[in-house]
Every structure is written in C-alpha cells, then in structure tokens.
Design a protein around this ligand. Structure first.
Ligand code: 3HC
Length: 705
C-alpha cells in the first residue's frame, strides 16, 4: 500500500510501519510532514493496527526540516506532525538509524518510544544554522534529560551517539549492532502495544525540578558562552527556550519557542549560517568530473617530513584510522617529531577532549621510517618537507623512483609551483597539492591544488581523502599562494601599511575582534611568529620589484621581537603569560620608521580599518575567480571560515561584502586605487558585478559555470 511518493504506510503483524523515503537524508521536505500525518491517521483508523513504527528509508532516520525552505514564504501547516504523533491514541515507536537531527529528533521526541541502532547520531543542531529547535525540541528534551543536559546539547548543536543518548534518557532501547532495526522496532511496538497510559514526553515534569535546585544554571550558561557567542542571538534564544520549559506550562513554552524561532529565521545571522551550510556542501563538487570515476582506495598513507606540519598531517590520518608511515631521513628529527605527536595527544587527553583509549589506538598507527623503500607500498604519500623548491624536487624524484604505480603523490607546499614539483616525476598526472593549514590536525580546511597535468581521478581522490580525514576539501588552481593564502595576502599588507599610516596594532586588533574574529591579526602574528612570513616577503620582494615590503614588521624581526616565543613582538608578554600588552616601544618604532619613510601619520575610524582589510581581499578574490584559479566565490568563503577563523555568522568574505553591496565595495576600491596606486587596481569581475547589481557570492569562474 503506498500513500505518497515520500512516505509509505504498510501494516505488518498488527503494526503500521510509516517509512519516510525522501533521499538523500529524509529531510522534512515537501510532502513529508503531510505524509506522516496521513499515515498516523490511517494507522489510528485501522482496527488491525495496534501500534506504529516511524522509520527512515536509506541511510538515515530524518535529518531535520528542509533547510532550503527556510527564509522563503511557506504556508503555515494546519497541523504539525509533532502534535499529531503526540496525540495518537495508539503508541508510535521511532526507529532511528543514521541521523535523527533537528525536526527529525523532535518528531522522535513526539513519539511515545524511541529505539535506535548503536551507530545512530541524535541532536538538535539548529543553533548551527542560526535558529532554534522549533518543533517542540526545546520543551520536550529538557523533560526527558533535564534542563542542564538539554541546554548543553541545544546550545552546542552537537550530535550525541546513540549509546550516550540511551544513558541520557532520550532512547528507550538500543538495538543490537547488526540486528535488523525495522524488525526490532516492530517487535518492540508489539510489546508495548497495549500499555496504557501512553508515555508522552510533554507530560513528564520530574526532570524539570532540577532547575529549582540550581536556579543559576541559565545565567551560568549565558556567561559560559559569552565569548564564543559574541554578536549572535540564536544561542541565547536557545537558553531562553529551555528556561521557558522550566518556568512555563508546556503549551505556553511551545508558544515562546515559536515566537523566538520566528525572530531568528530571517535574521542576518541565520541567512549567513544557512549560506555557509550549503557553501560547505557545494565546495566538494568539481564540475566536469564524472560521478563514476574509478578512484584508488586509500588504506595506507605516508608523510615525508616529521616537522610540525608533517606531524599534524600524520595525526589527521591516524585520527581517522588510516595507518601512516612517517618518513624522515634524520633519526633525530623523527624522534623529535614523534615526541611532539605524543605530547599533542597527551595534552588532549589531559584536557579531556580525547580518551586515553583513543590515544592508545591512534599512536601506534604512526610508524616512523627512515627510507623511501619503507613507504613504497603506501596508497598515498603527502610530502611536508622544507618549503624550498630544490628540496621538493629531490623528494619527488625519490618518490617517483620508490612508490608503487597508482600511488597518489601529494605535496603540502603552501605556495610553490605544483607543476615544477610534478615535473620532477615521470607521473605528473598523479601529483597534486594538498595544502593543510596549521595546526594540521585541528584546522578543517584542505586546499587541493590542481597542476597542469594532474589527472581528474587524482583530484577526485585527493578531495575524497580530505573528507575521509574530517577536512573540508576545496579546489584550488596553481598560482602563488593558491587561493586561500592569496586572498589573505592583501589583508596582511594593508594591516602593515595602516600601521605605517597611524593606526595602532591594538586598535586594528580590537576592530577585528569586535567584528567577530577570535583574535586580532597582530596578536595572531605574535602567536605564529613574525619571522614566519619574513622569509616569504624577502622571496617575493626579490622576485617582484613592485612588491611592497613591510619595514616595521621586518624591523621587529630584525630586533629579535619575533612574537610570543621571544616575549615580544607587536605586543609585550609577561613571562609564562600569553596576554598581549600594548608596548610604547612598538609605538616608538612605528613613528620612527614611518617618519623615515616620509609617511604622515593620521587617525583611522574603525570602519575604515575593517573595510581596508577586507575589501583588499574581496578584490583579490575576484581576480582569482577571473583567472579561473578558484571555482566559486562561495568556495573562497568556505576557505575563510575554515582556514582563517572568519566569523561564521557573517557567512564568509564574499557573503559579508554583499551585505555592504558590490557597488559600494567597488567605489571604495576605485578610490583607494586613485590614492594608493596599483595594488588597489579594481578587478574587472568586481566592476562587472557592481555594475550589474549582482551578488559577489554568486560569482563563478568559467570552469564552474
Ligand atoms: N535540509 C535540506 N537539505 C539537506 C539537509 C536539510 N536538513 N540536510 C542535508 N541536506 C542535503 C545537503 O545539502 C546535501 O545536498 P547535496 O547533495 O545537493 O549537496 C545532501 O543533503 C547530503 O548532505 P551531506 O553532504 O551533508 O551528507 P552527510 O552524510 O555528510 O551529512 C547530515 C548528513 C549530518 C545529516 C548533514 O547533512 C547535516 O548536518 N544536515 C543538517 C542537519 C540539520 O541542521 N538539521 C536541522 C534542520 S533545522 C530544523 O530541523 C528545524 C526544526 O527545529 C523545526
């Protein structure tokens, strides 16, 4: 018996099975809620049905509301699935596999019982797209697990694994691993079919009493998230809703939830976060690659170079269960590298973010080796040797000689020419860039760089490997600095030049922290070391006579002020403390260098600082798209969100710029071009978008159109 194309209803052994079948993840798209309601009504009306099961077809239960419909006008439903399930006179059992997220979990909470397979994940991640659970989740979850645990789940948006959900009280029963979920849920439904009264989450109040014993829990949560949730509304509205669950009767709590949900749905924060969600899915797609391209399986990996980057990459692989051989010719470097990896894991265990058992599982996956022969059999090798072309070429020539046919040969260079590196091998089609961001085991972004001869399957396999180790892989063309760093360079330059013109590092840092960055750019420079970019600047200056050096930064490095590690950089640091203190000595150096260069110092408004930093990068991003080195403007946004700590609730560089308007950005860039010269030459694409009244975030290179 089939009711609707997206929801099936079948009766089996006295149990009505409602199957949601809306690929790929059973979101509550058009027809799904209506189908569920119709099926419940049918089950209630059919005397042969004693109980019902709600289950998802394919890989998941229900992943939540259809996010694509948010922000668009939609008719208010006459009845909501949550109310219909809740009010059913016959018990309904939610049978969960894959994901039960957002509206999916809320439907499960409106059922009378919940069973799941151990691998299932449950959560209310709405806050991550700038909204709150609007299907009663903020009222039902606290009744099941207590307000504190509910608030933690709702405000973090995290997915709880099924065994934890069982412990918390969300699930009534865990099905054995490997057992047929449908069959187990039907059996469960038969067992509970005649039990009355029906257990409804809305009627439970015992866990809510916990708030009376700890009335400060809501303010404590607000204080705990204050730093991270700066400039955002949704996390606070989530807390307010859980508070309402405790202070208001159920129906009134639902009304509070609805009112606050509606306040958030069309706000800038939610629009930006929805955009980021879809941009992060779009970035995985390289147009023109056949879907069924056969890709090599990656079961083993090697990393060349046991330095900080190599170690971080090895950890990323081991963290995802891929055995990795760490190759370094120097036994000392190898020992030091392994020690660093062990220390990193140990710190995570100490902080409580990693279980000792996981550390014990991951560490042995990293095997130190000293010869190329030892890695010859690996499916992929990632080179993370010193950032100098002769070294890279030598490594790749040796890899070419040693590695088995079909192995992927990836380089972690952050700027060097992939074609020159691939040219050291007789198999340039197997070579691509895999540019990780430091610390490689933490940062989510991976730029996958295509050389002139890289085979499509190599690109696809490298993108897939990135995803398999928890990264967000983004396509980049081969150009100096690739895409992410190249868009960031003008920002860094303007940052330095504004200081010459009279803005103080602490003012620029304050503006950017208020904008939403976790740290200001000068404090970040001090953390990573001012000497890191010093060499790159020298290299670029030698290659390009128009390259604008940064004499103040260079002076600080030459004075030994290399940042936190030397106790002084742009700021001064007390021993053993990372708090940056503004330093009159730096102010003096700034004045002195500026005077020496004949630059008159002046005051800056906060807006000018923000716009100068970010518009310079927007302009560069447009140039990169014009050159076809990036696929889509939204890919660049994904890079800024995951590589540079750009505030997610602002969508990304290009999304943010659209909020100001391409026309306004173009006018400003043109004015600065007049004033400051060639480095501000406006991109033709920026001008085109400004003149057409279009959106920067929708810009695409020819390759992606
Ligand atoms: N709505 C619309 N499309 C969705 C979606 C949703 N809720 N969830 C996933 N999709 C789409 C993706 O855009 C992607 O489409 P594409 O193939 O065209 O690019 C496709 O489904 C597959 O998604 P992923 O690539 O992300 O698949 P994964 O297997 O990696 O991840 C997932 C699956 C964990 C379910 C992940 O997709 C996800 O986190 N989805 C969002 C979950 C969510 O936020 N739910 C709450 C929604 S808001 C809500 O429910 C409001 C309610 O309270 C009223």
């Amino acid at each position: 018996m089939s009711d609707s194309p997206v929801v099936r209803f079948e009766v089996e052994d006295g149990v009505g099975v409602i199957t949601v079948d809306y690929p790929p993840v059973n979101a509550l798209g058009p027809g799904v809620p209506e189908g569920i309601i119709a099926a419940v009504e049918r089950g209630e009306a059919d005397p042969a049905v004693r109980a019902m099961v709600l289950i998802g077809a394919g890989r998941s239960f229900i992943a939540g509301a259809d996010i694509r419909r948010f922000g668009t006008p939609r008719p208010k439903p006459a009845r909501r699935t949550y109310d219909v399930l809740d009010a059913s006179a016959k018990p309904v059992v939610a049978a969960i596999h894959g994901y039960a997220l957002g509206g999916g979990l809320e439907n499960a909470l409106a059922c009378h019982y919940r069973v799941a397979v151990p691998s299932a994940k449950l959560g209310l991640p709405e806050v991550l797209i700038g909204i709150l659970p609007g299907g009663g989740g903020t009222q039902r979850l606290p009744r099941l697990v207590g307000p504190k645990a509910a608030m933690e789940m709702i405000v973090s948006g995290r997915h709880a694994p099924a065994p934890e959900a069982k412990r918390l009280g969300i699930l009534d029963h865990l099905v054995e691993e490997g057992e047929d979920l449908r069959g187990a849920a039907i059996a469960y439904a038969k067992r509970v079919a005649d039990l009355r009264p029906l257990p409804r989450v809305r009627d439970r109040t015992e866990r809510l009493a916990e708030a009376a014993a700890d009335p400060g829990m809501f303010d404590a949560m607000r204080a705990a998230i204050a730093r991270k949730a700066r400039n955002q509304k949704a996390p606070y509205h989530c807390i307010a809703c859980v508070e309402a669950a405790v202070t208001q009767p159920f129906e009134e709590g639902l009304r509070t939830e609805r009112r606050l949900f509606e306040e958030l749905e069309n706000a800038d924060e939610a629009r930006a976060l929805r955009y980021a969600f879809f941009a992060e899915r779009e970035v995985a797609k390289i147009p023109g690659l056949p879907k069924d391209l056969p890709l090599p399986e990656i079961r083993s990996a090697a990393v060349v170079g046991a330095g900080t980057m190599g170690g971080g990459i090895a950890m990323s692989l081991a963290d995802h269960g891929i055995p990795v051989k760490l190759l370094d010719a120097s036994p000392e470097a190898l020992a030091k590298g392994l020690g660093r990896i062990r220390d990193n894991y140990a710190v995570s265990v100490k902080r409580g973010s990693l279980a000792q058992a996981d550390m014990d599982r991951r560490l042995p996956l990293i095997e130190p080796v000293e010869t190329y022969e030892a890695i010859a059999d690996c499916d992929v090798v990632i080179e993370a040797a010193f950032e100098q072309m002769p070294i890279k070429k030598e490594v790749f020539a040796r890899l070419d000689a040693a590695m088995k046919p079909g192995a992927l040969l990836l380089t972690n260079t952050s700027a060097l020419d992939i074609d020159a590196i691939a040219g050291a091998t007789k198999r340039p089609e197997m070579v691509a860039g895999a540019h990780f961001f430091a610390p490689a085991n933490v940062m989510k972004l991976l730029e996958v760089v295509e050389g002139a001869k890289t085979a499509p399957a190599t690109m696809a396999a490298a993108m897939k490997l990135g995803r398999a180790i928890g990264k967000i892989s983004a396509y980049a063309g081969n150009s100096d600095g690739f895409v992410a760093n190249r868009t960031r360079v003008p920002f860094n330059i303007e940052q330095g030049l504004m200081v010459e013109e009279g803005a103080l590092p602490e003012q620029i840092d304050r503006v950017m922290v208020e904008f939403g960055y976790p740290m200001g750019p000068f404090a970040v420079n001090d953390m990573s070391g001012l000497d890191v970019s010093y060499q790159t600047r020298k290299r670029r200056a030698a290659a390009d006579p128009n390259y604008r050096t940064l004499p103040i930064t260079d002076r600080l490095v030459e004075m030994g002020r290399k940042g936190q590690k030397t106790g002084a950089g742009w700021y001064r640091y007390e021993k053993g403390d990372r708090t940056p203190h503004p330093d009159p000595e730096v102010h003096r150096i700034i004045k002195e260098v500026a005077a020496g260069m004949g630059i008159e110092q002046r005051g800056f408004t906060d807006e000018e600082i923000l716009h100068r930093l970010l518009f310079s990068s927007v302009n560069e991003a447009c140039k990169i798209l014009e050159e076809g080195k990036a696929l889509r403007a939204s890919d660049i946004d994904v890079m800024w969100l995951n590589g540079f700590g750009f505030p997610r609730y602002r969508g990304g560089l290009m999304f943010w710029a659209d909020g100001i308007g391409a026309r306004e950005v173009y006018n400003r860039v043109s004015a600065w071009h007049q004033r400051y010269g060639a480095r501000w030459a406006p991109s033709a694409l920026l001008r085109e978008v400004a003149e057409s009244g279009g959106l920067l975030r929708e810009a695409k290179s020819a390759k992606a159109r």
